[in-house]
Design a protein. Structure first.
Length: 456
């Protein structure tokens, strides 16, 4: 199928979005989607920007304009400001009655709702006039922009849903909403919910304890989050109350101690590390609960891609889907994309060390901060760690670490163990010259460890 509606078959018809005030079925959202399609009929084969307000409203826009607009920019109001002025901005908010009552939209919704309720269960499929469209919409997503102005990369629905599955087991899942839906990781969760007919709990509270209580009350059993998010949830000492069946991690390096903690807390849950990027999409999924990925994949490949390691120890990937033309300068003559992720071969495993763009220069030696963090995080009692460079007139930089430890533990003892571990597993120039105990570490809006505020 060319569009999202075409993918919502028998399973997708059961999808639900649980909002702060109301629960929406996919059929109800389709009524609004048809109405907005008519309201914005002039956007046929034209570009548009869909501005995020909440999950249910965002789904309405996705259903309405995929397969209809030529390009669909998924964004926040802030990101929309950087787009060309000629691109129509669309804001949908079902939670705000005044925003959904444009003349055309209101009349179409009211005239369609009764018929929709009669028809929604007749065929087990979701139907809309969008199925008549033959436009292959480009879905445009922005990079996080932590090191500069965000860049936009185009995807097709086929590439975005390559890893999405629809089974009865997946349809029984109830997902928490931790990612921004207009970012790649958040969109993956949203599409998986729609295609499998699962449920998404759209809780927008900033209080983690309130979020977890909401998940308990709504029977959440599936969560996708960055390792930094998972560490925060573990620190709350409340995660054991959430009956998790599915745990996924992505966006940052996944270390073995974190995998072990999650497996111990939820021994019956499936745990997967998803390797993906906004630029290239999903590369592969690791399900064996071990850090890194099997070295054998470098020879035999994995379901969605071929893998290689170049002379700079950068992971290169050749996905099955076509990549955005902007990436051409990073693609070699064999079609492999330089991911800019540094890796090392460790026995039968390929281990991630960090991003090439984030290395700390210590007297000409390159130190990936994530490599040092993984050693620190292996120390029992350490909850979070961030490593960064302190400017030095002689060496350029020195390595420094900010560390959060579990409550009621002695910093002196833990810091001594950290220093011992670093001496054992790191080269001399990689060892932090200063360890700082702090109460918490900040995260970026994308849920990753905030590295833009590194300071001493």
């Amino acid at each position: 199928m060319h569009n999202l509606v075409g993918l919502l078959g028998e399973h997708g018809a059961n999808a639900n979005i649980v909002g702060a005030v109301e629960t929406y079925t996919v059929h109800q959202l389709m009524v609004y989607a048809n109405a907005y399609r008519q309201t914005y009929s002039h956007l046929s084969k034209q570009p548009a920007a869909l501005i995020y307000t909440n999950a249910a409203s965002f789904v309405v826009g996705m259903l309405a304009f995929d397969g209809y607009c030529s390009r669909l920019y998924l964004c926040s109001a802030v990101l929309a400001k950087d787009l060309d002025a000629s691109i129509t901005r669309i804001t949908i908010d079902l939670a705000d009655a005044s925003s959904t009552k444009s003349p055309n939209t209101e009349s179409v919704v009211q005239s369609s709702i009764d018929e929709d309720q009669k028809q929604e269960r007749l065929s087990g499929r979701v139907t809309t006039d969008s199925q008549c469209s033959n436009v292959v919409t480009q879905w445009c997503l922005a990079t996080s922009g932590t090191t500069g102005k965000p860049k936009w990369f185009a995807h097709t629905l086929a590439s975005l849903t390559r890893s999405s599955r629809a089974t009865l087991t997946l349809g029984d899942l109830c997902w928490a909403n931790l990612y921004q839906a207009y970012r790649y990781a958040g969109l993956q969760v949203l599409l998986q919910v729609l295609i499998s007919g699962a449920t998404l709990v759209d809780d927008d509270s900033d209080d983690l304890l309130l979020k977890i209580q909401c998940w308990v009350n709504t029977n959440v059993n599936a969560i996708s989050a960055t390792p930094s998010m998972w560490r925060q949830m573990l620190m709350s000492n409340r995660l054991h109350n959430v009956p998790l069946q599915r745990i996924t991690l992505g966006g940052e390096i996944v270390d073995q101690p974190l995998l072990d903690k999650l497996a111990k807390l939820h021994p019956t849950a499936s745990i997967a590390h998803i390797y993906a990027s906004t630029e290239a999409g999903v590369g592969f999924v690791v399900k064996d609960q071990l850090a890194g990925f099997p070295a054998s994949w470098l020879q035999q490949g994995v379901s969605n891609a071929q893998l290689a390691v170049d002379e700079k120890h950068h992971l290169r990937i050749k996905p099955k889907h076509e990549l955005d033309a902007q990436l051409d300068t990073l693609i070699d003559d064999k079609g492999y994309l330089d991911t800019q992720d540094i890796v090392r071969l460790d026995g039968n495993r390929v281990i991630f060390l960090g991003r090439a763009s984030g290395v700390i220069n210590v007297g000409g030696n390159k130190v990936p901060p994530e490599k040092v963090e993984s050693v620190i995080l292996s120390v029992e009692g350490v909850s979070q760690a961030k490593v960064y460079g302190q400017p030095n007139s002689v060496l350029g930089n020195l390595v420094v670490a900010d560390i959060v430890i579990e409550p009621n533990l002695e910093w002196v003892n833990i810091s001594q163990t950290i220093r011992s571990q670093c001496k054992l597993f790191l080269q001399r120039f990689e060892i932090p010259v200063k360890l700082r105990k702090i109460d918490s570490l900040g995260m970026s809006p994308t849920g990753k460890l905030n590295r833009s505020d590194d300071h001493v």
